[in-house]
Design a protein around this ligand. Structure first.
Ligand code: MN
Ligand code: MN
Length: 316
């Protein structure tokens, strides 16, 4: 089971301005082959499939625990895309004014036709994410080698997206995820080292550019976030500390397990885009909690209506 917290893993600044094409580039970090959906689903599926886990419990704990963090990463990338898309077309409710005119020149038409200027599970070219991006061989060494490669590929793509846009939201997200992805690269390297004795950490960094080169990584590294593996569970996955220990391969500072998720930041509440009928059309009735309580009563009876009315009162 997954426990969900209505928090972003890190705070995102407001974009410099609406930027549909930067949003299209960021989609690669969402649904690309090396995007966050791929890391999430690779580690999730591998953890479900893990046989003989009592014997290899620390490795199972590591993969399962990192899977949980990747959920927070797809959330961060989604909000970056949504924030960049906010206000990219003319807000209004009159379709005759061609409010979506600017969207014909945007690289990703799905953002405007299939959604209300929102993130979608696709890459920067508009290809939907596919389960063919999941590798789950059942062989632990092979899966860990794959995960190490996947994180390095993800790092390369993040760096290139960073080089495509100077937008502060996109760069803050990439900076944070370079730090967190760096943790995962070291984690899989450590796992391979524990399994084989081969000093995999000596290969780092891949690509050959250190995180410190990106100004947005520095506040996170200054807090030691590049050395912290969060334990994303109240009581489980404790044996990650058998792998996440010793010195960091780049700065030799100790690797630390933090019990629980990071504090995080509030989730942004983005403005409506009425020209896209997002969330509702120009003629739609104004939503009212009292009306919902009324309907609940009609369908489920007086007791449910009383319950809903109490909830509405409590929220006022
Ligand atoms: Mn990630
Ligand atoms: Mn990762």
């Amino acid at each position: 089971m997954i426990l969900r917290l209505d928090r972003l893993m890190t705070a995102l600044p407001v974009p410099a301005g609406p930027d549909a094409n930067a949003a299209a580039a960021v989609q690669e970090l969402m649904g690309g082959k090396f995007g966050e959906m791929s890391t999430l689903m690779n580690y999730t599926i591998q953890s479900f499939n893990f046989r003989g886990r009592e014997k290899m419990r620390p490795f199972y704990d590591l993969i399962a625990n990192i899977a949980a963090e990747e959920y927070a990463h797809i959330e961060l990338v989604s909000y970056t895309i949504n924030m960049l898309l906010s206000g990219t077309t003319t807000r209004g409710t009159d379709p005759a004014e061609t409010p979506l005119e600017d969207a014909v020149d945007a690289r990703n038409s799905y953002h405007f036709i299939a959604s209300g200027q929102q993130a979608l599970p696709m890459d920067s070219q508009g290809n939907f994410w596919t389960g063919q991006n999941v590798f789950s061989s059942g062989n632990l060494k092979l899966d860990l080698l794959h995960n190490f490669f996947l994180e390095c590929g993800a790092r390369a793509n993040k760096i290139r997206v960073y080089e495509m846009t100077s937008d502060p939201t996109a760069r803050a997200m990439v900076g944070f995820l370079l730090v967190r992805g760096g943790v995962h690269i070291v984690a899989y390297a450590r796992a391979l080292e524990k399994l084989s004795g081969v000093p995999v950490g000596k290969l780092l960094p891949i690509p050959e550019i250190v995180n410190k080169k990106f100004p947005e990584t520095r506040p996170h590294e200054a807090r030691g976030e590049h050395r912290i593996l969060y334990r994303f569970s109240p009581d489980d996955y404790k044996r990650i500390s058998e792998i996440w220990n010793g010195p960091h391969p780049e700065d030799n500072e100790p690797l630390i397990v933090h019990d629980g998720p990071p504090e995080g930041a509030p989730v942004p509440d983005l403005d409506e885009e009425p020209q896209l009928t997002a969330p509702s059309g120009p003629d739609a009735e104004t939503y009212s909690p009292d009306m919902l309580a009324d309907y609940a009563g009609k369908i489920f009876g007086a007791e449910v209506k009383a319950q809903a009315t109490r909830a509405v009162k409590a929220s006022k």
